[in-house]
Design a protein around this ligand. Structure first.
Ligand code: 5GP
Ligand code: ZN
Length: 113
């Protein structure tokens, strides 16, 4: 198993895990871009969001539910947060295992760079 995030999900590589469930795991980004920067990932290997669709509605719902719950736990639910996923080189995806970035705790500009 070579995928970095699969290895974090399995516990083979340590991370600051903030949520662990049967389908979804969340852990702090190693290089945080905001006071709150958590990565929410499916436990099964999915390369990117482009692989998912209506057949994966339950998994997508759980990813969003965990992100929203963590936003509340991290205290950014009211101040606001960004939930984004990068797919492919132009978007800046560097790890080929689907992950949603939960970012919050500071004002963020738009559009992204
Ligand atoms: P991407 O650029 O693919 O959207 O996001 C990948 C994210 O994974 C980056 O924000 C990067 O800092 C984070 N990351 C890369 N390697 C590790 C690691 O070993 N542990 C953790 N916790 N985060 C990582
Ligand atoms: Zn993986």
């Amino acid at each position: 198993m070579t995928c970095l995030f699969c290895r974090i999900v399995s516990g083979e590589i340590p991370a600051q895990v903030v949520y662990r469930g049967p389908e979804v795991t969340a852990f702090r980004d190693i290089n945080p871009q905001a006071p709150v920067h958590v990565l929410v990932v499916p436990n099964r290997h999915v390369e990117s969001i482009s692989e998912l669709g209506s057949a994966d509605a339950a998994l997508l719902g759980q990813l969003i539910e965990v992100a929203n719950e963590l936003a509340r736990q991290e205290g950014v639910a009211d101040s606001g947060y960004r939930l984004i996923t990068n797919r492919g080189p132009d978007a800046g995806q560097t790890v080929a295992h689907l992950h949603f970035h939960l970012l919050g705790g500071r004002p963020m500009s738009w559009p992204p760079g």
